[in-house]
Design a protein around this ligand. Sequence first.
Ligand code: PLP
Length: 224
Amino acid sequence: MINEFVWKELVKELETKHVTLVAVSKTKPAEDIQSLYNLGQRDFGENYVQELVDKQATLPKDIRWHFIGHLQSNKVKSIAPFVHLIHAVDSYKLLQEINKQALKNDRVIDVLLQMHIADETTKFGMNADEIAELISNFEVEKESWGNVRIRGLMGMATFTDDELQIREEFARLHSMFKTIKQRNPQFMEQFDICSMGMSSDYKIAVEEGSTLVRIGSMLFGARN
Ligand SMILES: *Cc1c(COP(=O)(O)O)cnc(C)c1O
């Protein structure tokens, strides 16, 4: 079951702020996705490769599929033919594999680099130094990266009700996003996506400069 009213209100609220809404449909049935699609939603986010591959095969072909979970290198080939944006790139090795599989599919795949901003050690992502290093390597070897485009950063805040902490973490991510953009103007022309905010914290994320929110339970109901 989807919450049509909540979706409509959310779309209105985000549109005025030019923030993209990705509806996170992981674990939810294809019928729910189809219902939101019928209302006009086109961007959907999934966390599990096999689930995404199965849903993509049966649902409308103009859906923009976002892979938002942790991605293993050996699974890239399954989603490379169709994925719209890979949110959570956390290593050079993974980026190389995406470039390779994109080339095989004669595509350019857009990606975000995941920055670790939370307290919890369980959340994936790179620290600021690792991201800076990856980007400078990427720039040096630019010619070999014809099939991947780094479009921005993604991050997840700590799971806490301490609003100040969440705000501080999002601010840190957004400041890194701006720094990269300013330092690499020619290369980073298309560095324009700052993916942060979920059901519980998207308002804070938008206040701190998010350009894309990933919202699941608020639209589809709680997951088991
Ligand atoms: C599940 C998930 C979301 C959505 O979470 P909700 O709390 O259901 O809105 C957003 N981002 C990532 C990376 C997720 O895994």
